[in-house]
Ligand binder design. Sequence first.
Ligand code: PGA
Length: 250
Amino acid sequence: MARRILAAGNWKMNMTPAEAAAFINDNKAAFASDDVDVLFCVPAIDLPAALAAAEGTNINIGAENMYFEEKGAFTGEIAPGMLDDLGVKFVIIGHSERREYFAETDEIVNKKVLKALEHGICPVMCCGESLTQREQGVTQEWVRQQVKIGLLGVDADAVKKVVIAYEPIWAIGTGVTATSDQAEEVCGWIRALLVELYGADVAEEVRVLYGGSVNGGNAAELFAKPNIDGGLVGGASLKPSFADIIHYNK
Ligand code: PGA
């Protein structure tokens, strides 16, 4: 079965609930697609408004983060059951901004991935190297380690629900996109690791996205690569022209 392209937005810390609802309502016709899956991962406080606005459309709404405990004394955190209760089906885990500013480690990412899956929520698990690591020539080792640790304890059935997003840190929010060959090379390494861990049939079913300055102008070339199954999009997901990414092949 061919993997469906996923155009996923990551709003980060942008948009109020009212802005979220207006953005989705104003653009839902332009974001409609029969052959591309559409997802906006939004700030937790926007989730109810975004879910309500997206109801009856093809737009999926996800969260940007989640904690790995069920409940308790974790001030400020969002429990998986809270997302579940709202009907949230996707959550970004281990974005490089979470790793950099909120000290998330591969072990924390792994706990969150396992917990999301336990709740039937698809984790969009992020990985990617810094510019220094790329220059040092350790990109492959680094990304393999992030993905391998992130997926510890995830069995072959569950991994099919995981989306992996390769996002080189040097390409995020910088306007510098990895070339489609650079992006394909690393996404191919991730696919090869999945083959090692789960076998070829399972690896064929897992979606691997590229993220880092994706826009309407470069999506077609990136998404045409055999191991790139869509994009995780920051800045360009806040604009109506996100439709150009969804309709990259038109
Ligand atoms: P960007 O962000 O598209 O603005 O580079 C991507 C991301 O951080 O997911």
